[in-house]
Design a protein around this ligand. Sequence first.
Ligand SMILES: [Zn+2]
Length: 317
Amino acid sequence: MKINRLTVLTSLVLTGVLSIAVSAAQQAGRAAGPLGGTPSVDNLQVQKLTDNLYVLGGGGGNTAAFITSTGVVLVDTKVSGWGPSIIEKLKTLTPKPVTTIINTHTHFDHVNGNAEFPTTVDIVTSENTKKLMEDWHAVYGVTTFDTSTPFKANGGRGLPKHTFKERMTLGSGADEVDLFFHGPAHTGGDTWVVFKTARVMHAGDAFAGKNAPIMDMNNGGSAIHYAETLAKAAQTPNIDRVITGHSTVMTMADLKEFGEFNADFVRDAQAAKKAGKTVDQFVAGWSVPAKYKGYTTPAPDARGQWKSNAEVVWAGK
Ligand SMILES: [Zn+2]
């Protein structure tokens, strides 16, 4: 049990990868505590990518802060309670106010902070994500964290004000931010945010780093389409660095490889299903192909995320 607890802590602290932490915590049979720790300015880690683009780690998903000529464009706002800490932290980077929030997808650890920003802030998501935020379904396979929504209790405050179907451009010149929906993967509304001048893309949880993603079929996520959606995103031109949902900043080559990793997993799961195997038989027998350097095969008793993803394949989603 001690090893399990260590696994949980190490995963959260070192990589912050939700899926691993959830799997290990579920396996250990206990809650891993609030995602990202206690809200405070000191618990937000700032990583500078360019003179006006930062990543704020901690408190849930990675937040991007893009300082434009007129104000700050934020991507993702973490779990409930972190909004005020984000605002305080931004004051150490710029005197400009937050003018726009973009949410990469509907999950609690990326959108719940929305409700804690001034109502004057514009909020932009894909059309599908807006609907998912309004409907609100639990994350498939995740039971450890409090995944409830703050929007209903706040009279809808924090819900998107503007949406797009496949593509939208915000700002122009040095301030240009391009939003893309390439199809379902982690959820049915995953948005890819491109900071054009910085040559940086925020992938949200669609890109889980060198790990199994969550394929959230409760919220439109898809095993069948996951890899093709990633392949489209990996073709985005003029990108040097990719911000992941919870992991480190990576490259387009890493994103392409992650797509191939998921294609392999899903293809093998589909073959096992066709051969009459059960989810458990497939999950017990699958290991990460050696060509995926830095990816690790979890211990047999810690394959909860793989099992959830295999279930999505078995469900035909
Ligand atoms: Zn997510």
